[in-house]
Design a protein around this ligand. Structure first.
Ligand SMILES: *Cc1c(COP(=O)(O)O)cnc(C)c1O
Length: 398
């Protein structure tokens, strides 16, 4: 099928919940992507920070094929070898103690919210239920996670929302200090807000939040669904700070492109869930875990995170040059290969023109271009992308 045919069927048979771009990718290799009409793109979206090793990484593909021939699914009624191996690898490479597997970021955050609620109930009593999150955050699309998401546009028309959530401005320690109290059950934050516009939390902020959580017996939850697994130039973004969160959630890059989510907890929090408290039929299935195990092995043993830091610095400095060149660029910010370019104009025109010239980028919050190429992107590909972007930006009239 060509793009036109695919789009036509999609418009007829799919629900309209996505504002889709008229592009139908059919083939990928590393940072390269081809659409149904054979046009080639440089993919700096990576399935929204999912394809950390690029498209169709051989180790991941082989692991999926091998596991698919052995056992695709059984059930968490039983012990699953790839699942226990993946849990071991996550624990050994983090400050966390135990893992729960699910299938997506929203599910991982749901699990974190449930765990925090139960922890507070059992340890402190029935009234410690409040979960504090940040304005502009993004935590997923289930009812509880749109409620945790501090952006009204995701909540509109879905009320009544679950009770017990409170919002504070991001990176504002004063506001957090005023919000946290004896009724606080948990504080849930993205260390770098991804969908909210690539906003970084400062060290002072995170250290301050950690102290407040400890003081009031609240759990500190890091939503690392986007920042986790090497994206920010560390395996986990909490490593940029000198804190240990009580819970972290992962998904996006965890499976090297295959759907899987995880919620990891530390210390007492890791022992809260008892048989029957939480579950997922597909969570931690053999196929997903085999894919994730291969991806994680590749990232850790291939020293991908170190590489990401180096290539991330090239991308950052090239983007800084564009900021100096074009007045409508306000700021470049980010870490590793999660980098945003804040514009004083709407970013859509640039995104569309880049696509026309074979570069896929996306825009968050209307005016922040987000660059999230594969962690393994080459410096040549980075320079190619910058070349296209520069060309496009030169043609923008403001
Ligand atoms: C993408 C994302 C989610 C939601 O993940 P899904 O897999 O789409 O449910 C949650 N939190 C953050 C920070 C994200 O970037």
């Amino acid at each position: 099928m060509n793009t036109k045919e695919i789009v036509k069927l999609g418009d007829k048979y799919l629900m309209r919940n996505y504002g889709r771009i008229q592009l139908a990718p059919v083939d990928g290799d590393g940072a390269q992507l081809w659409d149904a009409d054979g046009k080639e793109y440089l993919d700096f979206v990576s399935g929204i920070a999912v394809n950390a090793l690029g498209h169709c990484n051989l180790a991941v593909v082989d692991a999926i094929c091998d596991q698919a021939k052995k056992l695709i699914h059984c059930s968490n009624l039983y012990y699953i070898e790839p699942q226990v191996l993946l849990a071991k690898m996550l624990v050994e490479n983090s400050v966390m103690d135990k893992v729960f597997f699910c299938n997506s970021g929203a599910e991982a955050n749901e699990a974190a919210i449930k765990l925090a609620r139960k922890y507070a109930k059992v340890k402190h009593g029935p009234d410690k239920v409040e979960i504090i999150t940040a304005l502009n955050s993004f935590h997923g699309r289930t009812l509880a996670t749109i409620t945790a998401t501090g952006q009204p546009k995701y909540q509109k028309n879905f009320e009544p929302l679950p009770a017990g959530f409170k919002y504070v401005p991001f990176n504002d320690l004063q506001a957090m200090t005023e919000a946290v109290g004896p009724e606080t059950c948990a504080v849930m934050l993205e260390p770098i807000q991804g969908e909210g516009g690539v906003n970084l939390a400062s060290k002072e902020y995170i250290n301050g939040v950690r102290k407040l959580c400890r003081k009031f017996g609240a759990l500190m939850i890091f939503d690392e669904v986007q920042t986790g697994i090497g994206r920010t130039g560390r395996l986990f973004a909490y490593e940029h700070y000198s804190v240990k969160p009580d819970i972290i959630t992962l998904a996006k890059a965890l499976g090297g492109g295959f759907p899987i989510g995880a919620m990891l907890a530390r210390g007492e929090a890791a022992r809260v869930f008892q048989p029957g408290d939480h579950a997922s039929t597909f969570g931690g299935n053999p196929l997903a875990c085999a894919a994730a195990l291969a991806a994680l092995e590749e990232i850790i043993e291939g020293e991908v995170v170190e590489y990401t830091n180096a290539v991330g610095e090239i991308l950052y400095s090239e983007l800084e040059k564009l900021r100096e060149k074009y007045d409508y660029v306000k700021e470049i910010r980010g870490k590793g290969l999660l980098i945003g370019m804040e514009l004083s104009i709407d970013g859509k025109k640039i995104v569309d023109a880049c696509q026309e010239k074979g570069l896929l980028v996306n825009c968050v919050g209307g005016h922040v271009l987000r660059f999230i190429p594969p962690l393994t992107v080459s410096s040549t590909e980075v320079r190619q992308a910058i070349g296209i972007l520069d060309e496009v930006m030169a043609g923008i009239k403001v």
